[in-house]
Ligand binder design. Sequence first.
Ligand code: AMP
Length: 424
Amino acid sequence: MTFNDLGLNKLLLKAIKDQGYENPTPIQEQAIPVILKRKDILAGAQTGTGKTAGFTLPMLELLLRSKDDHKGKRHIKALILAPTRELAAQVEESIRLYAKHTDYRSTVIFGGVKINPQLVALRKGVDIVVATPGRLLDHISQKSIDLSHVNFLILDEADRMLDMGFVNDIKKVMAVLPSQRQTLLFSATYSDAIKQISNKFLKSPTLIEVARTNASNEIVEQAIYHVDKARKRELLTHLIKEGDWKQVLVFTRTKHGANRLSGQLETDGISSAAIHGNKSQNARTKSLADFKAGKIKVLVATDIAARGIDIDQLPHVVNFELPNVSEDYVHRIGRTGRAGNKGEAISLVCVDEDEFLAGIEKLIKKDIPKVWLKGFKPDPSIKAEPINMGGNRGARNKPRGGGSRNGGGGNRNGGGRNGGGGRR
Ligand code: AMP
């Protein structure tokens, strides 16, 4: 199937061509025709599958088909809710790309930055708004946004929004939207909470599911490097220098760990920055821009901060520490090997993390190749110790549907799992 077969307007086909896309991805093939029939959908698709274009293109197509020619005042007709600032910003960036030959306007709304520029953008008039739920509610309560013309709603990464405790915020937003609308829900997992939201807010949705390990993940080469905890940083520096890596996204479990590692890499002569929830939005935006532009080699990130980061042709992802939630592993490695590019995902695993590794391999249903690098072999006399989870995952303490949380049965890592912290 080609994009032409999907019946998209030539203004959109031109933008698709500008992006260099040749064919629709599976989620695009399945979702676009259904959305164009104005049906609700419940789609199981992860980042990396091309889902953003999967909902943005038909959304723009429906706008183009509507008779609205923006004469007079512009009204917000489409609203996209996303869990994090980064994802919201990237979705809006994608909308701009796909809408660039049309005259539809979009804006993004999220917390952690001044509200004034958002007020100005809203006052000028936009057709499409991408927002995180909290800041959107601020606008709703101070009546700076008019959602009464919204007839297209997308809940992107709905499972993440629920994990982050946004369920009531979402319900409050829903309450002010017109009931006559098309609703699309995208989620990587189907928990009971997702089913409830879907039952409440979607009208006879069409179910769309693309393979759990998306096409792009299949060209991610994965490897486990067994190493002692105290030597992980030395090994990472070695890999970056020996491999002459130019751009690597490194995941740590805690914000503190991200800061410390970034500082240590700088000491090793490797340019680096850390992004996590304690950094200001401006600092995060700058670090991401520097990383994308190749000004810094290493971006050290926590899971939530990295969520949705979309970097074309990111060649290397390193798990400096394995995530305690197995699904995060899939999300992390989905940052590389995207849309046909080859990627490498390396995990540095010490003896403390054996249970996490077992949980991940169970989830992805395969054994990841193991490497014991000469000079870095683990010292067999070192015994496993409990893992300190830090405080940055406090909003995600409840096990998710599917029972994929690691270490659930054992108590070795139990002590720190409920470390406080709040949502970002
Ligand atoms: P997403 O899952 O929306 O985060 O998209 C993942 C990546 O795939 C993004 O970098 C998109 O630019 C890219 N992409 C989306 N659709 C296509 C397509 N049909 N062909 C090639 N790349 C695509």
